[in-house]
Design a protein around this ligand. Structure first.
Ligand code: HSE
Length: 452
């Protein structure tokens, strides 16, 4: 019997290479913590690499690796939702535990994958899929297990945060910063996923499910990216004491007596938050997740959300958990219930599968947030009164107003901050404002949250 834990790494890009480097660098630590030798037996790569130790089998047939007798844990870091899904299902069918960093795959197909894993008495671990190196999955599934989570707000896309930080600090244009993020290896292969908020929406779907015990519902996440954010709005926000960050929110709403409005808000969008909020000061590629739970209160988790080292750290934390699940016997010697030693592992979505709830996900029009509005108006008497009347008629409470000197001849930008309002009410008010003869452009709106 071999006492080693045998790993297969599928994909030798930034993350796969980072995992190999981590194992080489920290071999002794890993052994001292787990009591086992952790060895890579196979790697899945399209082309032969001469920088890989000759004891490791290189194979371009990922499906064969996922079924190999020489593997206990399959690490999937190829990305994508087609081949990655096939190899994960193959690994599960063959009784292998899986570690994946693939948020897109889990957000879209996680319900099916987790159910199949449970049927086959194996685990699919995914710490690296959300917020890179921050152990937020472990924290929410285990450390906060006694709490009721009311809401969470997170900076969960490093590329987006890097871009917003550079734009604000250095006044650099968006495209220039994006190119640098790609060079640094932060951005997804398709940067639209980062800048349009899709990557953050994938991660939010995962966080919300483990926060509230609901099935994964990526298709219901309201998703807005950062491509429409201008330096002008970044600067006005700063002038008013706020900072624009791209955030994901998962919020439990009780409907305030109206059961139709009870449910969960799932949304990612640029958001004005107070400059002195801790989240406002999480800069560069850093991620952070703020969790408001009862009875604990607010806790903040912060660290590197992208890059080889951070992601490899999360992948190997999952491997170390699975080593304990695998116990002291080699994979070949275990029966299937030993492989799924529940005494050492929590359910995939934190709650036991039969207890997942059908709490509805609220529609965009039902969401409640504060707003930053930028309205461009002709500089004539009564304009401001017209705008504020429309807002007050709609029951919208104004928190601050800033009128800037005319930047085009005869036109003034008016900046308004509001208290939280139901989105449908704000939509009607903006429609009315845009119909005023004195209004020259579409109203720019960005959500605002005091994070209180
Ligand atoms: N593109 C992602 C980000 C990488 O920028 O956060 C980690 O998921």
């Amino acid at each position: 019997m071999s006492n080693s834990i045998k790993l297969a790494i599928l994909g030798l890009g930034t993350v796969g290479t980072g995992v190999i480097n981590l194992i080489n660098d920290n071999l002794d630590e890993l052994k001292r913590r787990s009591g086992r030798d952790i060895i890579i037996t196979e790697v899945g790569t399209r082309r032969q690499r001469d920088d890989i130790d000759t004891s490791i089998t290189q194979n371009s047939d990922l499906m064969a690796i996922a079924a190999s007798d020489n593997v206990d844990i399959v690490i999937e870091v190829i990305g994508g939702t087609t081949l990655a899904k096939d190899v994960i299902m193959q690994a599960i069918k063959n009784g292998k535990h899986v570690v994946t960093a693939n948020k897109a795959l889990l957000a879209e197909h996680g319900n099916e994958i987790f159910a199949f894993a449970e049927e086959n008495n194996v685990h699919v671990a995914y710490e690296a899929a959300v917020a890179g190196g921050i152990p937020i999955i472990k924290v929410m599934r285990e450390a906060l297990a006694a709490n009721k989570i009311d809401w969470l707000a997170g900076i969960i896309n490093g590329t987006g945060n890097f871009i917003m930080t550079e734009m604000r600090d250095k006044g650099r244009p968006f495209a220039d910063v994006l190119e640098e993020a790609q060079e640094l290896g932060y951005a997804e292969a398709d940067p639209t996923f980062d800048v349009e908020g899709i990557d953050a929406a994938h991660k939010l779907a995962l966080l919300a499910s483990i926060a509230f015990g609901i099935p994964l519902q990526f298709d219901k996440v309201y998703c807005e990216g950062i491509t429409g954010i201008t330096l002008q709005d970044v600067n006005y926000a700063e002038e008013l004491g706020y900072r624009i960050k791209h955030l994901g929110f998962a919020v439990r709403r009780d409907g305030q007596g109206n059961s139709e409005d009870a449910g969960v808000e799932l949304r990612v969008h640029p958001t004005l938050i107070p400059q002195d909020a801790l989240l406002a000061n999480v800069n560069g590629v850093k991620n952070a997740v703020l969790v408001n739970s009862h009875p604990l209160g607010q806790t903040l988790y912060c660290g590197d959300g992208a890059g080889a080292g951070a992601t490899a750290s999360a992948v190997m934390a999952d491997v170390m958990d699975l080593v304990r699940v695998l116990g002291s016997k080699s994979g070949d010697e275990q029966n299937s219930s030993e492989k799924n030693n529940h005494g050492h592992h929590v359910p995939h979505l934190a709650f036991i599968p039969e207890q997942l709830s059908d709490t509805p996900i609220l529609r965009a029009e039902q969401m409640i947030t504060g707003y930053y509005l930028r309205v461009h108006a002709y500089d004539s008497p009564g304009v401001l009164a017209d705008i504020t009347r429309i807002l007050s008629d709609a029951g919208i409470n104004i928190d601050a107003i800033l009128q800037k000197p005319a930047h085009k001849v005869g036109q003034v930008p008016v900046i308004i901050l509001t208290l939280p309002v139901v989105e449908s009410q704000m939509n009607l008010a903006i429609e009315k404002i845009e119909k005023l003869d004195t209004i020259t452009d579409k109203v720019v709106r960005i959500r605002l949250d005091e994070l209180a």
